[in-house]
Design a binder for this molecule. Structure first.
Ligand SMILES: NC(=O)c1ccc[n+]([C@@H]2O[C@H](COP(=O)([O-])OP(=O)(O)OC[C@H]3O[C@@H](n4cnc5c(N)ncnc54)[C@H](O)[C@@H]3O)[C@@H](O)[C@H]2O)c1
Ligand SMILES: [Zn+2]
Length: 360
């Protein structure tokens, strides 16, 4: 059994475990009793996940609430429906919400838990690779509004995360790849996270087994990624500084998603393209060696992210969209850029002409 601990410091200090293994949903009750012990559970999921895996997740004293599938439903209307359901079921302050699904379910359920009765316990059971390596860890919760993505939310940590890697078997190829983009990202930032697992070489050496989702390798990949994210979140929960390194590839990625109205690319496809742009910028700025650039580009290529055609793309549009990214500080576009193997730094003085040259 793989276990990673998250230790949040500061005013709302907390510690919780992430368990990573196959068949965890079958035995979820044991963990819930030990780490949550709620009077009643409200499982929030969608029809797709419920039909694939719902039978296997057995939780005593629980009710299930099905929300519609998709990013467009990560909104206030769905949030209210969750809160109303909890009220209708008379869930009290000792009850808990369980997010059973991908990042969309995790984000909205976490936010609902943070405000229902001024906060009830919540549990993450992530079922996508992206959710297992990224969104279920670190306590960012959110919904979207008409002004943009994730603009409304809270920092609210779960009591426990159960990452059952068996559930990844039913994901389609694009959803797997969107998770792999975040995994590759971690391999470029691990030293800056304060760790050295040599994830880059682990991915490189075992690429075919990893792409086949051989769980002997995937469990290890998920564990390393959770350790890296936990290490960052432990030091900087609220993104006052260090946590921004997790956004490698995201300044460009978010811009690409935005100008294509979130309809053409998965998040990971956009991030994968963003990783390449960051390496191009770093090389042009002389921050990394040709050798590291080539190795990084090769690893990105090995995962075959296959970006869909994107007719929306122009350097002007991308640059414009970047200005509205939430990572903008003082009107300057911030880039996390590689500075060496496993190392990155934050730059907010990127020359506009250079950026345009790279984007072209
Ligand atoms: N909170 C954070 O720190 C954080 C970090 C990264 C991303 N996010 C958020 O996460 C969301 C993206 O998450 P995602 O990529 O998991 O998308 P998602 O939750 O939309 O899931 C992708 C698709 O896979 C389906 N699915 C889920 N589990 C499945 C399974 N086991 N088998 C088959 N299908 C399955 C879902 O129903 C959905 O159709 C975005 O809203 C993003 O903003 C949050
Ligand atoms: Zn991301």
């Amino acid at each position: 059994m793989k276990e990673v601990n998250v230790n949040i410091n500061g005013a709302d200090a907390s510690t919780y475990p992430i368990f990573i293994e196959e068949k965890l949903i079958e035995t979820a009750d044991e963990y819930l009793k030990k780490y949550c012990n709620a009077s009643k559970y409200l499982i929030i999921t969608n029809e797709k996940i419920n039909s694939l895996w719902g039978e296997k997740l057995k939780v005593q004293n629980s009710e299930k609430f099905i929300i519609p599938d998709g990013e467009t439903y990560k909104n206030f209307e769905t949030l209210i429906s969750i809160l109303d359901k909890a009220s209708e079921l008379k869930m009290d302050r000792k009850s808990a919400f369980i997010a059973f699904g991908g990042g969309v379910i995790g984000d909205i359920t976490g936010f609902a838990a943070s405000i229902y009765r001024r906060g009830v316990d919540f549990v993450q059971i992530p079922t996508t690779l992206l959710a297992q390596v990224d969104s279920s860890v670190g306590g960012k919760t959110a919904v979207n509004n008409s002004y943009g993505k994730n603009l409304i939310g809270s920092f609210y940590q779960p009591k426990i995360v159960l990452a059952d890697t068996n559930t990844l078997a039913t994901l389609d190829e694009r959803q797997i790849k969107t998770g792999f983009a975040e995994v590759v990202k971690y391999s470029f930032i691990e030293k800056s996270c304060g760790k050295n697992f040599n994830l880059f070489n682990f991915l490189y050496d075992n690429i075919s087994e990893i792409k086949k989702l051989n769980l002997n390798y995937i469990n290890e990949v998920v564990e390393i990624c959770c350790k890296l994210k936990a290490s960052v979140v432990n030091k900087d929960e609220r993104e006052n500084g260090l946590r921004a390194i997790l956004n490698l590839g995201h300044t460009y990625g978010h811009a690409l998603e935005k100008i294509s109205n979130y309809e053409i690319f998965t998040h990971g496809e956009a991030v994968a393209a963003g990783l390449q742009v960051c390496f191009d910028l770093s090389l042009a700025l002389g921050l990394i060696s040709d050798d590291y650039y080539d190795k990084a580009a090769e690893l990105i290529n090995l995962f075959e992210f296959n970006l869909p055609e994107h007719p929306y793309y122009t350097p002007e549009k991308i640059a414009e969209a970047m200005k509205f990214d939430k990572k903008v500080q003082n009107g300057k576009v911030r880039f996390v850029l590689p500075t060496g193997t496993g190392e990155v730094n934050i730059f907010d003085n990127i020359d506009k002409d250079l950026l345009f040259k790279i984007l072209k």
